[in-house]
Design a protein around this ligand. Structure first.
Ligand SMILES: Nc1ncnc2c1ncn2[C@@H]1O[C@H](COP(=O)(O)OP(=O)(O)OP(=O)(O)O)[C@@H](O)[C@H]1O
Length: 269
């Protein structure tokens, strides 16, 4: 297990890296006249990597995610996607909402195909793609069900299938596991690790859970309490090809959780 420490220098270099799908430069966000949510954030996000945004409540994680998504404008600074400045939402970025944002009157198939429908893809093509991703997220056989017939975890998978079906480079997930039980959460985390391997997408997810961040992430960006600044960046070096239960018992995994917790502790006491 290695922990990458040099923060400012590392992020500054990485922001220039041409492999970055997303580059965040000098980002500030002020709500109203005085709520500084984000203060001078510089980050870059590489293709095929999963980054978790972790930090105490109110530190600006969701704000950062929404600015990257183009759903919210920064007060100053900029976000580049594949080198181009973000002016709003775009097809290269798919947002998986915390509340799943499914249409209750539409089947799983139509919900999963919805992003493609909005883009005007022909019905056969969008249904083919949607079926493929419904299968990928473990929902084969549920194509004709409606959201109310599904568990929270299954609804969340439909949201993920929808995001994957539009073939966005970047998947932005706001606490994707918060509304499900522990068992479902673990299964979904394992599926996400597999998807990340096969899809070569850039995943950015917001989480409150240190364990989750360590278990899933190539990189953890730790934000300080408001105003949110990059307090630390860690790169858990974990072999995820072994049994998930073994990973969770690995001393290195447990040590990193402990390190992060000790770093965060003084903010909550
Ligand atoms: N629309 C808004 N107007 C005013 N203040 C806001 C608005 N949205 C967020 N804030 C404030 O900005 C700060 C950052 O909020 P944000 O939701 O990004 O934090 P967070 O880290 O995602 O929080 P949590 O972990 O509790 O979800 C908080 O202090 C919040 O109260």
């Amino acid at each position: 297990m290695t922990m990458a420490k040099p923060l400012v220098a590392e992020t500054a270099v990485r922001a220039e890296d041409s492999d970055a799908v997303i580059t965040v430069r000098g980002l500030h966000k002020v709500y109203g006249n005085s709520t500084v949510a984000l203060d001078n954030i510089d980050l870059s996000f590489m293709r095929g990597h999963l980054t978790s945004l972790l930090g105490p409540s109110g530190c600006g994680k969701t704000t950062l995610l929404k600015i990257i998504a183009g759903l919210l404008k920064p007060t100053s600074g900029e976000v580049l996607v594949n080198g181009k400045p973000v002016r709003g939402p775009g097809p290269e970025r798919a947002f998986v909402f915390q509340d799943f944002a499914l249409m209750p009157w539409a089947t799983v198939l139509r919900n999963a195909a919805f992003g493609l429908e909005v883009r005007g893809a022909p019905k056969a093509e969008r249904e083919d793609r949607a079926r493929h991703y419904i299968n990928e997220v473990g929902l084969a056989g549920f194509e004709d069900k409606y959201p109310h017939e599904l568990s929270g975890g299954m609804r969340q998978r439909v949201g993920l299938a929808r995001a994957l079906a539009v073939d966005a480079d970047v998947l932005l997930m706001d606490e994707p596991f918060s509304a499900v039980d522990e068992q479902t959460r673990r299964k979904f985390q394992e599926d996400l690790i597999r998807l990340r391997e096969v899809e070569n997408k850039t995943f950015i997810l917001v989480t409150h859970s240190i364990e989750e961040a360590v278990y899933l992430s190539d990189r953890i960006v730790l934000l300080s309490p408001r105003p949110g600044r990059v307090a630390d960046i860690m790169e858990p070096d974990i072999d995820r090809n072994v049994d998930p239960d073994l990973i969770r018992r690995e001393p290195a995994y447990l040590d990193l959780i402990d390190d992060i917790w000790r770093g965060l502790r003084h903010y909550v006491e």
